[in-house]
Design a protein around this ligand. Structure first.
Ligand code: GLP
Length: 241
């Protein structure tokens, strides 16, 4: 794993943006794997800025998001579809038809998982996958104990994840109990992975990740099996001795 330690969140966002923009410049039809959560917000802001300055063109880019809450349709304000619209898609020239996110309100969620995995198969896995990390080591919504051979599937969210994400909802009761997520195997198919971690609350997870111990109880540790992962981490999240 290539580890880039930066001073702060701004630098982290700039570095991530620069990797993604360069990738799109050299491959305008890139498949980008995108993540939600607070961590990539700065990266998305920087990317919008790059677009506005005419340095990056999203016209032919295709995107695949990692996950979506079960029960939240694409119009729900807390859905990851709305999150992506509000923080990136509506500000750049991406073709909405080229943006894929699981449908959390599909009639049959199991079928939706199969459909989504098929989309990944048809498009080819992401050329570049952006990832955040949960405090418990989750990636996407693959909670501790998720099989490393999993493809897109339904997960029950850990109570710690629901608590961590409650800040986006009016109350914790409103946080869905289940989600659809790309599986660990689906994520590891990405050609290149950029993992972001910022702030002290991620320090324990990053320390455990970098210990090299690979264990399904710590989902992010699967990334140690991938040969092109860049971790961009700020000093608060990087407390190695
Ligand atoms: C959510 C998302 C993850 C994200 C994680 C961390 O659970 N499903 O993809 O990495 O939160 O979020 P944050 O960046 O807000 O700490």
């Amino acid at each position: 794993m290539n580890v880039l330690v930066v001073d702060n969140y701004e630098q982290l966002s700039e570095r991530a943006c620069s990797i993604i923009s360069r990738h799109i410049q050299s491959n305008p039809t890139s498949v980008l794997g995108l993540a939600t959560g607070s961590t990539p917000l700065g990266t998305y802001k920087e990317l919008i800025n790059e677009y506005e300055q005419g340095r990056v063109d999203f016209q032919k880019v295709r995107t695949l998001n990692l996950d979506e809450y079960a029960g939240l349709g694409p119009d729900h304000p807390q859905s990851y579809r709305v999150f992506m619209q509000d923080h990136l898609f509506k500000y750049v020239n991406i073709d909405q038809a080229n943006t894929y996110i699981p449908d959390g309100k599909a009639n049959h969620l199991e079928n939706e998982c199969v459909r989504y995995e098929q989309i990944i198969e048809n498009m080819g896995p992401p050329d570049l996958q952006l990832l955040g990390i949960g405090e418990n080591g989750h990636i996407g919504f693959n909670e501790p104990g998720s099989s490393f051979s999993s493809e897109t599937h339904i997960v029950e969210l850990a109570s710690s994840t629901r608590e961590a994400n409650a800040r986006f909802f009016s109350s914790i009761e409103k946080v869905p109990n289940y989600a659809i997520t790309m599986g660990i195997r689906s994520i590891l198919k990405s050609k290149k992975i950029v993992l972001l971690a910022s702030g002290e609350r991620k320090a324990a997870a990053i320390e455990r990740l970098l210990s090299g111990d690979v264990n399904e109880e710590f989902p992010a540790s699967a990334l140690n099996h991938h040969d092109d992962v860049t971790l961009i981490v700020d000093r608060e999240a990087y407390k190695q001795i």
